[in-house]
Design a protein around this ligand. Sequence first.
Ligand SMILES: *[C@@H]1O[C@H](CO)[C@@H](O)[C@H](O)[C@H]1NC(C)=O
Ligand SMILES: *[C@@H]1O[C@H](CO)[C@@H](O)[C@H](O)[C@H]1NC(C)=O
Ligand SMILES: [Zn+2]
Ligand SMILES: [Zn+2]
Length: 292
Amino acid sequence: MRIAVIGCGILGPKIAGELAYHGHKVKIHDVNVSALNKVFAILEADKKSLIEDGLLYQKNFVGQVLCMSRLEETVCDADIILEAVKEDLEIKRDLFERISHLCKPDAIIASSSLRIKVDDIVSRTEHKHRTMGLRFLFPVYYIPEVEITPTQYTAQAAVQKVRAMLERMGKTLFFRSGAQPLVLSEEQREERKIARLEQLKSSSGISMMFEKKIPLLAHEGNSTSSHDQDTERSANQDKECAICFDNDRDCLLCPCHHMITCHECSKMLLNRRDGCPICRKDIKEIIKVFHS
Ligand SMILES: *[C@@H]1O[C@H](CO)[C@@H](O)[C@H](O)[C@H]1NC(C)=O
Ligand SMILES: *[C@@H]1O[C@H](CO)[C@@H](O)[C@H](O)[C@H]1NC(C)=O
Ligand SMILES: [Zn+2]
Ligand SMILES: [Zn+2]
């Protein structure tokens, strides 16, 4: 699936990484360019520790997260849009309204709001039936539970679509019970992380605070089960331009040498002094590549 994450604070890059490592095509955006520019380094550091912990066993295949400087280019093709900006009703409400006009009419738009009512956030959103609250618990890579908060408008079909996507990743959806959101303490996080790693070693289910079996380890889920599939998918994924989705990727961005855009979009990035969508390095030059 194509997923857009809005917000490069603490949560956004980790949600983006987790989704990309499960084979989704992920774009992330923030209006704060310096926050956007940090995403690549955060993902690289997370990747390293996930590999050390044995959670990412395929060192050669990890999905890419594209860091986009324009909201429109981030959400226009997304199937699911996850908002993870700071807890501010006006910002979230405005963002939802803008996104709802820029994205596909059936794209799901979800808020990671902790305490603000999602019903208030979506008050000016087009097609409210595809909105909901969706909150990944921190630390995202190690905690399978994801909190879902339907609004009064949310269609059952939208919930089912999100549920199916997350369950394929080995995640478990839960609904908030009572008025207070579930926020894990530092100790609980550490405990959950250790449990996850133990589970990896022993491959046996452990019952923890949620009193149900922790599902299969996320990165061993069915969606990323076969290496062949992964290489095939990543090969397909590597073909289309990350920005226009029409042309093939046929340009090297210099000096970083990432190849993710077509010639026209590369020129556009160069002209507007935008950074490389992978690493956000300045683009000094573009080199057209000819496939024989
Ligand atoms: C933008 O992001 C940087 C780096 O994450 C942060 O230090 C800064 O406070 C942010 N600026 C604003 C206006 O939020
Ligand atoms: C993974 O595949 C197995 C066998 O095909 C199936 O029994 C299981 O339910 C699947 N798990 C998920 C999370 O889809
Ligand atoms: Zn293009
Ligand atoms: Zn680059």
